[in-house]
Design a protein around this ligand. Structure first.
Ligand code: NI
Ligand code: MN
Length: 233
């Protein structure tokens, strides 16, 4: 029964029986996080999965990877960027590729329709490849974290090839799918349960999750939790 904690925005901590990992560890400056709950120093994981180079996803990857020596899993170009920043434990992958890391932990990269460049004052705009989503098998359960993306028809294929126990998708609109496209994504993915994310951090992406529940209807079980809360699958 993997435990999944929504840290906020698209940051998710997954604790399996043996393996612990975090996806998109945006902690410093994350408006979803209540002060004193999560800090980068408090994260102890085996793997860090990063969907794309935008700062609200790459987040504290470098600091956490340096301190914990967790292996970073991401698309090849983003991994090269991290290596240039002194990250040694890495596992580059790319879209369509899967890898079994251990008996209990398997990862496949999917497409995502979005951007991925790292942009900051020191480096300007650095190309870090395509954004991705992750299909992850942990303790025999299958989760799908789409990263930031618009709706795409290939979600049907992701749903057909994987028996998804929990899908985590953005519904904040403006930069990603909104609630209506998110509900359509659920129709394509056919997950047993779905947890919306990326809809609280700023006014621009604020959405009412009840609207999403209504639109999903009986197509899946919608799990609405608050940042800092957990669920098990
Ligand atoms: Ni983004
Ligand atoms: Mn984002």
């Amino acid at each position: 029964m993997p435990k999944i904690t929504w840290i906020g925005q698209s940051a998710v901590l997954v604790e399996g029986n043996k393996t612990k990992f975090i996806i998109d560890p945006y902690i410093t400056g994350n408006p979803d996080i209540k002060e004193g709950t999560f800090t980068p120093e408090g994260i102890d994981v085996d793997y860090i999965l990063v969907t794309h180079g935008h700062w609200d996803h790459l987040g504290d990857t470098i600091a956490i990877a340096k301190r914990t020596k967790a292996t970073v899993i991401a698309a090849f170009e983003l991994i090269v960027y991290l290596q240039r920043h002194g990250i040694e434990n890495v596992h580059p992958m790319h879209i369509g590729g899967a890898h079994r890391f251990s008996d209990d932990f398997w990862v496949k990269l999917t497409i995502a329709q979005h951007g991925s460049a790292v942009m900051n004052d020191e480096e300007g705009t650095v190309y870090t490849g395509n954004p991705v989503g992750f299909v992850v098998e942990i303790d025999g359960k299958t989760i799908y974290h789409s990263g930031d993306t618009g709706l795409f028809l290939d979600m049907q294929l992701i749903g057909e090839l994987n028996n998804i126990d929990l899908a985590m998708i953005p519904i904040g609109d403006n930069f990603t799918m909104g609630v209506a496209d998110g509900a359509k994504a659920v129709e394509f993915l056919k997950p047993k349960a779905v947890m919306p994310m990326h809809y609280l951090a700023w006014d621009l992406i604020k959405q009412d999750p009840n609207e999403f529940i209504k639109l999903v209807g009986d197509k899946s079980e919608v799990k609405i939790i608050q940042p800092g809360e957990s669920l098990t699958i």
